[in-house]
Design a protein around this ligand. Structure first.
Ligand SMILES: NC(=O)c1ccc[n+]([C@@H]2O[C@H](COP(=O)([O-])OP(=O)(O)OC[C@H]3O[C@@H](n4cnc5c(N)ncnc54)[C@H](OP(=O)(O)O)[C@@H]3O)[C@@H](O)[C@H]2O)c1
Length: 335
């Protein structure tokens, strides 16, 4: 069987490899992978600037879906032929997070999905629901679940809510699709007018080019008629100041990214004056992933896949996410 392996820290150590199909041990399941999806985090892991214990050679990518082939002893949850998808945190069952729940993540501390044949603990898998394509299932574990938990960080989102999404990458576009299905209004930013046009086709109500409008925070405040309720903060500390300006009273910011930097000064008065909340997000629990899947099927939502690669193009797929040319997801079709 073939897989993509990271032999050591550094993108130059990423290559296609072949070997024997792994055998499932106790509590494990062998999965013939159908597709896997790339997240910015996978690039960070391969480039060597992401924390956590790694065992090389490492099979990268947290997100994937496939069909169960066989199960080891004490693994009774799945049968051969079942459609399954990987989960991000292999031991985080439900909210709130507790010590020890985030020690093993797929594609970092534990082997990932960029392989023809993967072996995963049962706790690292969820069934793919009827009505969901394998490509959508393969795109959920990181970006989809993060969009879901960040959107809900301040409570329920509904027709009275307005959300702000930064950029048009995997997390933001899932958040846009979910927010619209919940009836919320959505403001989205991008460096590209062409991508903003695509976001409009997916239902975005207001679009702002953050390059042409550097003060996009006050602009989002104005266009939302008095401030947004939730910001899915993919930019991190570099964009937090503008996000705070976009926020309405009692609004919430789900901080998850670091695209715009990891530290910055913050104006506490803006936070205090708006009675705002800032929440840190680390993807989410298995129960969040299951709730998201149910929601996507109920609303007929498919992942917005920008480009598909083959397994032997896997290293290029990982490298290409850093160029930021994509809209939504980059997928590797394996079978
Ligand atoms: N904490 C967590 O749980 C968690 C989970 C998932 C992801 N993340 C992090 O969240 C971020 C986004 O992840 P992703 O998978 O969606 O990445 P992605 O698919 O690579 O999306 C990146 C997009 O973000 C936009 N962007 C880049 N720099 C920006 C900036 N300074 N301000 C606003 N937008 C900017 C660009 O969109 P345009 O081309 O439209 O400008 C870019 O294409 C990454 O930092 C990732 O590591 C964290």
């Amino acid at each position: 069987m073939q897989c993509v392996q990271l032999a050591a820290s550094g993108l130059e150590h990423l290559a296609l490899a072949s070997g024997d199909a792994p055998e499932p041990g106790p509590g494990e399941v062998r999965v013939r992978m159908h597709s896997a999806a790339v997240n910015y985090r996978d690039y960070m892991i391969c480039a060597g600037f992401y924390g956590g214990e790694k065992q090389y050679p490492l099979i990268p990518l947290s997100d994937g879906a496939g069909v169960v082939e066989s199960a080891g002893s004490n693994a009774g949850q799945y049968r051969a032929g079942d459609r399954v998808m990987t989960v991000f945190w292999q031991d985080w069952e439900s909210q709130p997070v507790r010590p020890g729940a985030r020690t093993r993540s797929t594609g970092s501390e534990a082997p990932g999905a960029l392989t023809e044949m993967g072996v995963f603990p049962e706790s690292a898998l969820l069934p793919v629901p009827d009505g969901m394509s394998m490509e959508t299932a393969a795109s959920l574990a990181c970006a989809g679940v993060t969009a879901w938990t960040a959107l809900h960080c301040g409570g329920p989102v509904g027709p009275d809510s307005t959300v702000l999404l930064l950029g048009t990458g995997g997390v933001s576009i899932f958040a846009l699709q979910i927010a619209k299905s919940l009836g919320a209004a959505a403001v989205i930013t991008s460096s590209s007018d062409e991508k903003l046009e695509r976001a409009r086709e997916l239902g975005a109500d207001e679009t702002i080019n953050y390059r042409k409008t550097p003060e996009w925070g006050p602009e989002a405040f104005k266009r939302s008629g008095g401030g947004v309720d939730v910001v899915v903060e993919t930019g991190g500390m570099g964009t937090l100041g503008q996000s705070l300006q976009a926020l309405g009273l009692n609004g919430s910011i789900g901080v998850l990214g670091a695209l715009g930097g990891i530290s910055a000064e913050m104006n506490a008065m803006a936070l205090i004056g708006k009675c705002a909340s800032i929440h840190g997000i680390t993807v989410g629990a298995r129960e969040d992933h299951a709730a998201l899947s149910k929601h996507l099927v109920r609303h007929g939502i498919a992942a917005a896949i920008d480009r598909k690669f083959t397994l032997d193009q896997g290293p290029e797929a990982i490298r290409s996410i850093a160029r930021g040319e994509h809209f939504g997801k980059l997928l590797v079709r394996i079978a």
